[in-house]
Design a protein around this ligand. Structure first.
Ligand SMILES: Nc1ncnc2c1ncn2[C@@H]1O[C@H](CO)[C@@H](O)[C@H]1OP(=O)(O)O
Ligand SMILES: [Mg+2]
Length: 281
């Protein structure tokens, strides 16, 4: 039987590279704006790159063949609902704050979901020039080399990634730092954060770190990373240990269940609205 999504997968890799190159070339001036708060940044590049990605995909596959969830389109009021229809989930610039400051981890993240399950994902870490990709049942790769999660089972010999997001209300920041303190004091070898969720997940997939968890991320930050981690042999769970839900804005990705569950014991959960929650009137 002909492989139904191979062409889309190959095209996604090409589009991610093209989008990353636009970014690498740089703008003479980065125009920074804010979204939900003064630390939630967006640039004209984010908007421009997302438009280029979506119009390239529409041109290739037809105007109405697929659905789209894109970070900047949702910010402008487009719906963020994952249906059973083939859906592209796009973050044109994951790590916008890094991009604005010249901190060298910025990724383009493109995922494709069918029947609400991610079929393939591509993360182009454009300043490092690393292309991560994975397709359901076909393995995970970095620059065409197979990648595999770490086989570490000992939390005391692990590196864990987390981020602190853009919500700076003291209650949330206190919970985030309390969780980080508890994890550091297990103790673990180290705590890290690249500033991009998509890249963080690829670091789990390559075995550079054992786990990455965050509350507050969005589906477009992690959709491609989800399949890359799974295909590299890792697991995804909710922060309460239940099944992972792409639209819940909560995630633990890890090399194995032992490490994931050990971290989950320390996570102080705080509420965040779902990505697919009905828009407030
Ligand atoms: N409100 C939020 N809380 C936590 N993480 C968020 C967030 N909004 C975006 N992120 C994403 O999480 C990572 C850092 O916390 C980045 O990948 C960032 O994506 P962005 O750069 O596309 O905004
Ligand atoms: Mg993002």
């Amino acid at each position: 039987m002909e492989d139904p999504w191979q062409k889309a997968y190959d095209f996604a890799v090409a589009v991610a590279r093209k989008a990353g190159e636009i970014r690498k070339a740089g703008e003479s001036e980065i125009r920074v704006m804010t979204k939900s708060s003064t630390v939630d940044l967006v640039t004209k590049t984010d908007e421009r790159v997302e438009k280029i990605i979506i119009s390239s995909l529409k041109e290739e596959f037809g105007e109405d063949a697929h659905c789209f969830i894109g970070e900047e389109s949702v910010a402008k009021g487009e719906p963020c609902v994952l249906s059973d229809k083939p859906t592209w989930i796009i973050d044109p610039v994951d790590g916008t704050t890094n991009f604005v400051h010249g901190f060298p981890f910025v990724a383009v993240s493109i995922a494709f979901a069918v029947n609400k399950e991610v079929e393939f994902g591509v993360v182009y870490s454009c300043l490092e020039d690393k292309m991560y990709k994975a397709r359901k049942g076909k393995g995970a790769f970095c620059d065409d080399e197979p990648i595999q999660v770490s086989d570490m089972k000992d939390i005391n010999k692990s590196i864990i990634i987390s981020e602190h997001g853009t919500d700076r209300s003291p209650e949330k920041v206190t919970k985030i730092f309390s969780t980080m303190q508890k994890i550091l004091c297990i103790p673990v070898h180290g705590l890290r954060g690249s500033g991009t969720a998509a890249t963080n997940m690829c670091l789990v997939a390559t075995g550079a770190v054992e786990a990455f968890f965050e509350i507050g991320i969005h589906c477009w930050d992690i959709a491609a990373g989800v399949i890359i981690v799974k295909e590299a042999g890792g697991i995804l769970l909710d922060v309460d240990g239940g099944p992972f839900d792409l639209m819940s804005r909560r995630m633990v990705s890890a090399n194995n269940e032992l490490i994931a569950k050990r971290i989950i014991k320390e996570i102080e959960i705080f509420p965040v609205g779902r990505d697919d929650a009905p828009a407030e009137k």
